[in-house]
Design a protein around this ligand. Structure first.
Ligand code: GLN
Length: 551
């Protein structure tokens, strides 16, 4: 950990203008990356302005993936981007919601910690936000913290967080800067980039007492000089401080693009730091990104789930870490990952459709909850098993593999997970006793096995071959487990449990031996949460290699 005692820690706030969904998270991560490449220790924060205390209770169709941190905290998918770009491990202290902040202020008031004062929304809520940011940045040993404020300026919800920026800037103007990520549309009828929405967004931000120091201009194309000038004049920034951020083929291009506009030099200058030479981090990054672009040929993966459709719109945000992990592994094996979203209910309506799976090189069933589409998923797993099509199951994808195996190989008719059929005669996947107690108390926020747990990997298995080691830490998010009472029967039936908890009670990986199937493996944990471009997850790499063999 770096010494933080006598140095000025710097804070970069990232806010959104015009509209959401234009890449604030990737901007935050990329700023971190370029600062790391100049030798700074970086940490990152996400502030979500909703009342939910964490993201665990939110439906992924509404908010995208729930990303699980090593300490088990359930957070926003942007935290995953920070970890993937920056190769750092964040904790619950790097995440904040309105609900969480209010909760701690109220608890503190009940504890008489405000010494009889009237506790007010302003300043006490922003002060709590500031205190959390400062404390955690120090704990993380960072030189600079990058704090992404969720939502867009002008929303009622994030006003108190903008207030925190304003207050911090008054306190130490030389240590705090604000980056606004804005959107520059090109209306098809005009064919020209329009900066007016950005001008309005800056004015709205100004209304909260905050002036952006840098504007990252997201647009379909690179910004021309004229547009940069316009933004500069009307938004009171220097032309150099308008950074062009065109659409990219890969999100991993973004740090490299930022450097084309000299963003790290601008940041160093604004923060009053002496510019340092690139330390090789970005060179290495560039080399890998080149591999993404030069990949020849694709690997076709079918991802079978249920969260995909909202109307005509395919919502893949719910599986962002799975998508990225596939991209990382594809880059490693020199291919492009071509993903197709498959709704498992299709196979329930028309079982003949299963034959269409043959067109893919491999199938993934990712994590999920509830009853819908389960018989379709079981049919897919059976198809993969019998047709020797590479199959990789993640969490629910492992539990269902066990259900399918129990039904079809052990002949335990209607075996099930008690999540789907609580009355099944063969509960091969069941809730653990301590989770049952939490459920009984309706304490749903705490009923899962969450975060890092150790798994011991058995020698001479696919898993061991992939990892090359006998102990790993992987992230979990589930209530149910393979029922220990059925483990012996499943093993006798030919299923291998190639990883278990250190005490051998909980099954962590299930697989079929290589001589029976090229790749039929599933994990109780979520390996996708620990994959990054620089360190692709070994199980994803092994899966893609098996898929390539099928080709
Ligand atoms: N629904 C299953 C459970 O709660 C699996 C969860 C998941 O896939 N993340 O155990």
């Amino acid at each position: 950990m770096a010494k933080t005692k006598n140095k000025h820690i710097k804070y970069i706030f990232v806010v959104g203008g015009v509209m959401s969904g234009v890449g604030k998270g990737i901007t935050t991560s990329s700023i971190g990356k370029i600062l790391q490449s100049r030798g700074l220790h970086v940490t990152a924060f996400k502030i979500d302005p909703y009342i939910n205390v964490d993201a665990g209770t939110m439906n992924p169709t509404e908010h995208g993936e729930v990303f699980v941190l090593k300490d088990g905290y359930e957070t926003d998918q942007d935290m995953g981007n920070y970890e993937r770009f920056l190769n750092i491990e964040l904790s619950r202290d790097n995440y904040m919601t309105t609900g969480m902040v209010y909760k701690s202020v109220i608890e503190r008031e009940r504890n008489l910690e405000y010494a009889g004062k009237c506790v007010q929304v302003v300043p006490h809520i922003p002060l709590e936000v500031i205190a959390r940011i400062k404390k955690t940045t120090k704990k993380d040993g960072a030189d600079v913290a990058i704090i992404e404020v969720g939502g867009t300026v002008g929303e009622y919800e994030n006003i108190l967080f903008l207030e925190a920026i304003r207050m911090m800037k008054i306190e130490s103007p030389e240590d705090v800067i604000t980056v606004m990520v804005s959107y520059i549309p090109t209306p098809s009828t005009i064919g020209e980039m329009k900066t007016k929405p950005t001008q309005h967004a800056v004015r709205t931000l100004n209304g909260t007492g905050v002036q952006p120091d840098i504007i990252v201009a997201r647009a379909s194309r690179p910004l021309d000089e004229k547009r940069k000038e316009k933004i500069a004049v009307f938004c009171s920034v220097r032309k150099e401080d308008v950074i062009s951020a065109p659409d990219v083929e890969s999100i991993y291009d973004v740090p490299l693009n930022f450097e084309k506009d000299h963003l790290s030099a601008i940041l160093f200058h604004k923060l009053g730091l002496k510019m340092r030479r690139e330390n090789g981090t970005l060179k290495e990054w560039e080399k890998i990104v080149k591999r993404i672009h030069s990949a020849e040929g694709g690997v076709h993966i079918g991802i079978v789930g249920k969260y995909f459709k909202t109307g005509d719109y395919v919502l893949s945000d719910a599986y962002i870490s799975v998508i990225e992990a596939l991209k990382h592994a594809a880059c490693k094996v020199g291919r492009k990952a071509i993903l197709t979203w498959i709704d498992s209910t299709d196979f329930e309506e028309d079982p003949k459709k299963l034959a269409e799976l043959e067109q893919y090189d491999g199938i993934i069933i990712p994590g999920g909850f509830g009853k819908r589409g389960i018989e379709g998923k079981l049919a897919v797993i059976r198809y993969c098993r019998l047709k020797k099509l590479p199959y990789f199951g993640l969490c629910y994808g492992m539990q269902l593999l066990v259900v399918e195996y129990a039904r079809d190989v052990l002949k335990l008719k209607d075996a099930h997970s008690t999540e789907v059929n609580p009355a099944t005669v063969y509960p091969v996947v069941d809730i653990m006793p301590e989770q049952k107690e939490n459920m009984r108390k309706k304490n749903y926020g705490a009923t899962m096995r969450l975060g890092h747990y150790e798994a011991k990997i058995i020698a001479k298995t696919l898993a061991r071959e992939a990892y090359g080691k006998e102990s790993v830490l992987e992230r979990h998010r589930h209530r149910y487990e393979v029922n220990p009472e059925y483990v012996d029967d499943l093993k006798k039936g030919g299923l291998i449990f190639s990883a278990t908890s250190p005490d051998g009670v909980l099954m962590e990986i299930a697989e079929l031996p290589k001589k029976r199937h090229p790749f039929f493996l599933a994990t109780q944990f979520h390996p996708e949460f620990q994959s990054s471009l620089l360190h692709p997850h070994p199980l994803f790499v092994a899966f893609l290699k098996a898929c390539m063999k099928k080709q």
